[in-house]
Design a protein around this ligand. Structure first.
Ligand SMILES: Nc1ncnc2c1ncn2[C@@H]1O[C@H](COP(=O)(O)OP(=O)(O)OP(=O)(O)O)[C@@H](O)[C@H]1O
Length: 351
């Protein structure tokens, strides 16, 4: 009888110790989360703003000012719009500004998984990736608060209207290619779990004040898909950049990102837009066109006329790397880490 009592006593002590440790761990995790986040509930709109603490967010930035300014964004603040929503410029003061993306779909049907995905995105910090500073969720819409990229997108700089367009020399194009490759490589190889971007294209490569490349929109395809997985069958991506196997399998893979990066490299080399209607009208695409021109040994015809003075060996090496990325068989394509190494060898003064 005494033995049974002892066993019951030990079981009770173990249970209490187990429950207490769970409570302590939860409190510590919550405190850690609170240290890294600023949370503002907005009673009026029923929304919640979460800001990830960082160097820029440490500034004496009044939470209500940020919330009020965010909620006051209007058409005159629009920078542009894309498949996922509209992007606004949010000026806080003379030195602080953000890009706010308003997602098309509301959050009514979203759960805690949506917020977890955003927090994982907020943890990703790399010099070639656009930082997510926070988000706002309300019953009918969501806002993502990003670092503002003052020089817009590579797409606008290469093909935009005259006011956006810049004459990029070979050195600048090469640095943009290397920066974007480093950003994608970080997502593929250094993030846990590994992240597949699924929509690599020149409009998702933004340019900071030093014209350094920053990859944007990573995680959005996953975020907008209710059934979240990192390898997915959701039709994401943009025609002209999509790997051929995607049309058969519907699966987004790291090697699919490599293919899309190869298209961006061709875009930088040729100055041509992969989504240009002229290609579709002629029943071809940028990749097929460039391959045919290069096979005919007429590379000069494919090269952007603004790059005629660039060193031939560097240009040829860049074409060679692009074609490796564009191998029809995915397993034959290099990994993003290998591409970074190859690009680093193209130019000795690349840093
Ligand atoms: N962080 C940012 N800083 C400055 N401009 C941005 C930022 N994010 C997006 N933009 C600009 O906003 C516009 C719309 O971007 P968005 O990412 O919504 O669409 P997209 O990339 O053009 O197309 P899609 O949604 O199909 O990927 C683009 O012109 C882009 O340059």
């Amino acid at each position: 009888m005494g033995k049974a009592k002892d066993i019951a006593f030990y079981i009770t002590v173990c249970c209490i110790a187990f429950i207490t440790s769970k409570i302590i761990i939860s409190i510590l995790l919550y405190k850690r989360w609170k240290r890294k986040h600023l949370v503002y509930e907005d009673g009026f709109s029923g929304g919640k703003m979460v800001l990830f603490k960082s160097a820029i967010m440490q500034q004496p930035l009044s939470s209500d000012v940020l919330l009020k300014k965010t909620l006051k964004l209007s058409n005159k603040d629009i920078i542009g719009s894309g498949g996922y929503g509209t992007v606004y410029r949010l000026n806080i003061n003379d030195s602080v500004a953000f890009a706010v993306k308003r997602l098309n779909r509301g959050s009514a049907e979203r759960d805690r998984g949506f917020e977890r995905e955003l927090e994982a995105m907020g943890d990703i910090k790399h010099r070639n990736i656009v930082t997510l500073h926070g988000y706002y969720t309300a019953p009918h819409y969501n806002l993502l608060i990003y670092e503002l990229m003052p020089n817009g997108s590579l797409d606008a700089v290469l093909h935009g209207r005259s006011m956006e367009k810049k004459d990029l020399d070979w050195g600048s194009r090469y640095r943009i290619a290397l920066g974007a490759a480093r950003g994608i490589s970080y997502l593929h190889h250094d993030c846990i779990p590994h992240i597949i971007h699924r929509d690599i294209k020149s409009s998702n490569i933004l340019l900071d004040q030093k014209m350094e490349a920053r990859v944007s929109d990573f995680g959005l395809a996953t975020l907008m898909e209710p059934d979240k997985t990192h390898v997915s069958t959701f039709p994401a991506g943009t025609f002209g950049y999509l790997a051929p196997e995607y049309f058969d399998t519907g699966k987004a893979t790291a090697k699919g990102d490599v293919y899309s990066f190869g298209v961006v490299l061709l875009e930088l080399l040729t100055g041509k837009k992969p989504t240009d209607e002229a290609f579709f009208e002629e029943g071809t695409k940028l990749v097929t066109w460039v391959k045919a021109v290069v096979e005919d040994k007429r590379e000069v015809h494919a090269l952007d006329s603004r790059l005629k003075c660039a060193p031939t060996d560097e240009i040829n090496n860049a074409f060679r790397i692009a074609f490796m990325c564009l191998e029809p068989e995915p397993s034959m394509r290099p990994s993003m880490a290998e591409i970074v190494k190859m690009l680093e060898q193209v130019k000795s003064d690349n840093l």
